[in-house]
Write a protein that binds this ligand. Structure first.
Ligand code: AMP
Ligand code: FE
Ligand code: FE
Ligand code: ZN
Length: 291
């Protein structure tokens, strides 16, 4: 354990900026987190780390501690699995190659989805590009925003429940590594891997227990348990596994700016758990504000 952790909670370890599918710049995300009382935050954009610099500068300005992170896309069979990574080396070549591959494939995939939708609705690829910043990891949320701008749906939620849902037939998958590879990449880059929202009800259900055991053997750090999309039954089960294997458990908002109702600090991570993440990581030091 860290003798005297210099960060002070509340700790929110999962927020998105417009470098992925959040609607605000990294600096604005930091200001919003601060305004909601968060004192340590992690920026965890999907499949990229380009927001770290801006977020870290703003965190220093605001006097909040900053934990560099990522939410790495993975896939088990048809299930999308999200792996949070903290305090890894962003220059790690294997991780960089993999995130680049995911981002490039996401781009072509988003174009394919738009082409499918354009058969039935007035939507163009240009509409989607208008909704993304220069370097953003493009995903269905940006297509949702384009559908909103066209007046086809009211908000992202309606788009995901309708046109963007796989059952509607416009959906296309994108490349993602399997969860074992994702955990290994983060761990070998000196980071700590935490499975994001592992037990959501509607979305993708849960990975098989056997796979979770394999991930633990591979060096998985823990689970994000306090997240609004995890089911109560799932949370109880994960707590059991976490105690059994002495894993880290976290809580986070998964803030996306105006893209989701989630607010910074709505779920938080215990100081002792964050201390374990910091102690375990070797890739990048945390940026701790003076307490
Ligand atoms: P993609 O990775 O491109 O398939 O899109 C999945 C992303 O969409 C996730 O990262 C979520 O943040 C976001 N998302 C999923 N469901 C919803 C929803 N109902 N409302 C807003 N955003 C959503
Ligand atoms: Fe997202
Ligand atoms: Fe996620
Ligand atoms: Zn997320």
């Amino acid at each position: 354990m860290t003798d005297c952790p210099r960060f002070t909670g509340p700790n929110d370890l999962h927020l998105h900026s417009n470098h992925s599918d959040g609607t605000q710049s990294p600096a604005e995300v930091v200001r919003q987190a601060h305004a909601h009382g968060v004192r340590t935050l992690a920026l965890t954009d999907h499949d990229r780390t380009t927001g770290w610099g801006e977020a870290s500068r703003e965190a220093a300005q605001q006097g909040v501690s900053f934990i560099p992170g990522i939410e790495l896309s993975a896939k088990h069979e048809w299930r999308s699995v999200h792996v949070l990574g903290y305090l890894f080396d962003p220059e790690n070549a294997a991780l960089q190659d993999e995130t680049r591959r995911i981002r490039e494939d996401r781009m072509g995939r988003a174009e394919r989805i738009v082409r499918n939708i354009a058969r039935d609705y007035d939507l163009t690829w240009e509409d989607v590009l208008t909704q993304t910043t220069k370097d953003a990891t493009v995903g269905r949320p940006h297509i949702a925003d384009a559908l909103v701008a066209r007046g086809i749906v009211r908000d992202r939620g309606e788009a995901f429940d309708g046109i963007l849902h796989p059952r509607e037939g416009y959906y296309e998958p994108h490349y993602a590594p399997d969860p074992l590879t994702a955990v290994r990449l983060i761990t070998r880059a000196g980071g700590v891997a935490v499975i994001a929202h592992p037990v959501t009800a509607g979305r993708d259900r849960m990975m098989p227990l056997a796979l979770i055991e394999q991930l633990i053997d591979e060096g998985l750090g823990g689970f994000e348990i306090d997240h609004r999309e995890n089911t109560d039954e799932g949370k109880r089960m994960l707590h059991g596994i976490a105690v059994e294997h002495d894993l880290i458990v976290t809580g986070s908002s998964d803030y996306h700016g105006a893209g989701k109702p989630n607010l910074p600090g709505e779920n938080t991570t215990a100081d002792a758990m964050l201390a374990r993440i910091i102690d375990r990581a070797t890739g990048t030091p945390p940026q701790l504000a003076d307490a």
